[in-house]
Design a protein around this ligand. Structure first.
Ligand code: NAD
Length: 437
């Protein structure tokens, strides 16, 4: 009844919630006071199990189940009500969208899916039913621009082949929507610059979906490096490769993919090393090996080995490939330990490790952390930035910097020589607001 009274008042949702809670508290207090006059111990019956005062932001808590000595679980999830969440349109219903991103909304606290964009209406209708998206919020690539009239969409998440990222970012910005765009940001530096400008002109946010930068294990390693927990870092070795199948897929088409293993999976080594140490390379050197008789590699490269040299003198050796068994790891060599992640770049099952000396022992540890959904973390960060008008941690400039380095790596491989890059002083120069813990 209280709800229906408040509904008749034309107040903003937050104000109505506040009034509802305050009125509820007053009514409960009055009820308790009148019940106290009864001889029965009524106040004991009415008293909640947990006597702590209700939290004004609506969080709940539970008493700990395990002893203090056990691994801490962290706070309970604190999801926002659906009507308060930031709405996302998912563009492209391929592997990543269907296997990872759409299911990840279930783990989001601030983000919800409100629209779908696909060239296949039958598929879009099926997926819309699965995720509760109304039919009126299904678009195709032609009528996409009319999304500007959909108030339920705040952010467009672009999960299309790489060559389509620039076009859909620019169209989204023109439609007044913020953009979360998959990696690699685009197929060239020029496209990245156009995307940044389009979002700036439209005063919309642009974030590149570098999920590793939001993942807690990788963030912990970054902290270990930056705080020199095991002394100075001397070298980093990173590998991200996989054995690719069907030769007719877009990833093996130069025009659609922009390149082969380097912009698709090698970019994880490049972006993660930059994230871990915060510096920008001043020199790069790459070598490419491709068996052009393999039907998969008629247009794009297979194996790329590359070296990044940073202003501090630190070197990273990176490797990527489209023809070896999937391998996604890195190792950091510091003065008093080596440590890293294996796997580092997978969607799940990430594993940190470290090895250091203690008295007569060499300790090799594999610390385990309660897993978090990386896609949910990155989407909720974007939602935070939209709501508080902050620059995302991995903005367009971060994707542009990777693309500049990738272009330099291709030049280095073509001309078989090291290529120098502009020297940048300072750390984390292309990153925005740190994600909330
Ligand atoms: P996919 O091939 O499975 O899906 C691509 C979607 O785009 C399909 O629904 C397809 O129908 C549609 N599409 C529209 N026009 C197309 C065209 N001309 N050719 C081919 N497909 C077309 O690809 P995916 O694995 O989902 O990758 C999509 C994007 O996501 C890529 O940019 C990729 O780099 C990125 N990605 C990121 C991660 C990550 O972990 N962040 C993982 C995988 C892919």
């Amino acid at each position: 009844m209280l709800h229906s009274i408040l509904d008749t008042l034309e107040l903003p949702v937050e104000r109505r919630h506040f009034l509802f809670r305050s009125t509820q508290t007053l009514l409960s207090a009055a009820l308790l006071a009148s019940m106290a006059s009864y001889e029965t111990n009524a106040s004991e019956l009415l008293a909640p199990q947990n006597t702590s005062a209700p939290d004004p932001v609506g969080k709940v808590s539970l008493p700990p189940l395990e002893a203090q000595t056990e691994q801490k679980k962290g706070p309970l999830p604190n999801p926002e009500p659906m009507e308060k969440r930031i709405g996302y349109a998912i563009v492209g219903l391929g592997h990543l969208a269907l296997e990872e991103v759409l299911p990840a909304f279930g783990a989001c606290e601030k983000s919800k899916v409100t629209a779908l964009v696909s060239g296949d209406r039958t598929k879009a209708l099926t997926v819309a039913k699965q995720y509760g998206v109304p039919e009126k919020s299904i678009y195709d690539y032609q009528n996409f621009d009319s999304i500007k009239n959909n108030p339920d969409v705040d952010v467009v998440y672009i999960i299309l082949p790489n060559s389509m990222h620039a076009e859909f970012t620019i169209r989204s910005a023109k439609a007044g929507k913020h953009v979360l765009c998959e990696k690699p940001m685009a197929n060239s530096v020029a496209e990245c610059e156009q995307m940044i400008k389009a979002c700036e002109d439209a005063k919309r946010k642009l974030m590149i979906a570098y999920r590793i930068q939001y993942e807690p294990n990788n963030t912990e390693i970054k902290k270990m490096i930056r705080e020199e927990k095991y002394g100075k870092v001397k070298n980093i070795v990173a590998v991200n490769g996989q054995n690719i199948g069907d030769p007719s897929q877009w990833r093996l088409n130069k025009q659609l993919a922009g390149g082969g293993s380097l912009p698709d999976v090698g970019i994880y080594c490049l972006n993660t090393v930059r994230f871990l140490i915060g510096e920008e390379p001043v020199e790069v050197y790459a070598q490419i090996s491709t068996d052009t008789n393999d039907p998969r590699f008629k247009e794009v490269e297979d194996v790329v080995d590359f070296q990044l040299t940073f202003p501090s003198g630190l070197r990273a050796m990176c490797g990527t490939s489209y023809s070896h068994h999937q391998s996604r790891n890195y190792r950091v060599y510091a003065e008093r330990a080596f440590f890293g992640m294996d796997p580092a770049f997978a969607y799940g099952g990430l594993q940190m490790y470290r090895s250091f000396a203690q008295d007569e022992l060499e300790i090799y540890e594999t610390p385990k952390r309660t897993p978090k959904n990386q896609f949910a973390l990155e989407m909720d960060h974007m939602s935070d930035c939209v709501r508080s008008d902050k620059k995302p941690f991995t903005p367009g400039e971060e994707g542009l910097q990777d693309m500049k380095i990738i272009e330099a790596l291709y030049l280095s491989a073509r001309e078989n020589r090291p290529v120098q890059l502009k020297k940048h002083e300072g750390k984390d120069l292309f990153r925005g607001t740190e994600p909330k813990k």
